[in-house]
Design a protein around this ligand. Sequence first.
Ligand SMILES: NC(=O)c1ccc[n+]([C@@H]2O[C@H](COP(=O)([O-])OP(=O)(O)OC[C@H]3O[C@@H](n4cnc5c(N)ncnc54)[C@H](O)[C@@H]3O)[C@@H](O)[C@H]2O)c1
Length: 315
Amino acid sequence: MILVTGSAGFIGYHLSKTLLERGETVVGMDNMNDYYDVSLKRDRLAQLETFDNFSFRQLDLCDLDGLTALFRDFKITKICHLAAQVGVRYSLINPHAYQKSNLEGFLNIIEQARLSQVENFVFASSSSVYGNNKKIPFSTDDVCDKPISFYAASKRSNELTAHVYSHLYGLKTTGLRFFTVYGPWGRPDMAPFIFTRKILRGETIDVYGHGKMKRNFTYVDDIVQGVVLCLDRPTQYAIYNIGNDRTEELEHFISVVEGLAGKPAVRNEMDAQPGEMTETWADIEPIKNDYGYHPTTRIEEGMKNFIDWYRDYYK
Ligand SMILES: NC(=O)c1ccc[n+]([C@@H]2O[C@H](COP(=O)([O-])OP(=O)(O)OC[C@H]3O[C@@H](n4cnc5c(N)ncnc54)[C@H](O)[C@@H]3O)[C@@H](O)[C@H]2O)c1
C-alpha cells in the first residue's frame, strides 16, 4: 500500500491516479488547506474516490496523533511525500506556514516512515534549492547552500534530513527536485494557470523580468513518470532533478498561450521579483541513466492539454 501525501494537490492527484490505474492500493492524505481554491482540491479528490483501491484521510502533517493512527490503520509499505506549503512568493509573506508544513511536517512524516520501516520514501524537493546558481544546467553535484527564499531553504532542509534518516536508520530515501510543473488540474498560483486565465479574459498579465526569465517547464505526466520509476526501485539515498530537456523563455511561453487562446496578451512589464530565479534548467542525465526517465511532452502539446482542460473545467 502506497501513501501519497498531498493527494488532493496538483501532482499528488496525478500520481495517485496513475498508481490506481495500474492497480496499486493507495491511501491519500491532505489537510485540504485554502492556500488556493479548495473546490479544485475537492474535485480532484472526487475523481480519485471513484477508484475502489483508494482511501483518503483528511489530516495535517503536524497532527502527530492523527499520523500515528493513519500508520496503525493502514499497512503502508511505500510513501510518496508531496504535501507541502508551496509557492516561492508566499514564503516572503507567511514563512511560518513553511516552518509548520515543510519543516515540522516533514520531520513527522519521515519519523513515521522510520517507525514503520517502509520500503521506500520518495519526496518532493524543488529546483528552487539552486538559488542563483550561475552554472547551467543545474546539476545535483552543484553545491546548494545559498537558497534565496525560505521555501527553497525548507526544501533543502528536507534533503538534508532525509540523508540523516538514510544514514542513521537505513531508510531508503529519494528526493526529487521538480522543475516548474504544469498540466491539467494545475495550480492557480502558477504562471501557466494565471497567464491562461488572464489572456482568455483579456486581462493584463504581469510579465516579470520583462519576459527574459527562463523556466524548465515540465509536463505533469513526465513528472509522474519519474516519480513512479523511483517509487518502484528504492535506493539508499539519492537526489535527482526531474525536469524537461529544454528550457523556455517566458516570452516564448506567452506566445504559445496567445496562439492557443487565439488572442494577444495585454502586458504589464515588471522587474523580476525578489527571491525569484532568473533561469532554471535541469541536468537530467543522472535520472535518465539510472532509471531510464524520458520526458516526452513539448510545451505546445502540454499547454494545449492544459487549456483544453481549463476551458472544460471553468466552462
Ligand atoms: N508544481 C510545481 O511546479 C512544483 C515544483 C517544485 C516542487 N514542487 C513540490 O511538489 C509537491 C507537490 O506540489 P503541487 O504543485 O502538487 O502543490 P499543491 O499545493 O497542489 O499540493 C500540495 C498539497 O499538500 C497539501 N498540504 C499542504 N500542507 C499540508 C499539511 N501540513 N498537511 C497535509 N497536507 C498539506 C495541500 O492541501 C495540497 O493539496 C510539493 O512538495 C511542492 O513543493 C512542486
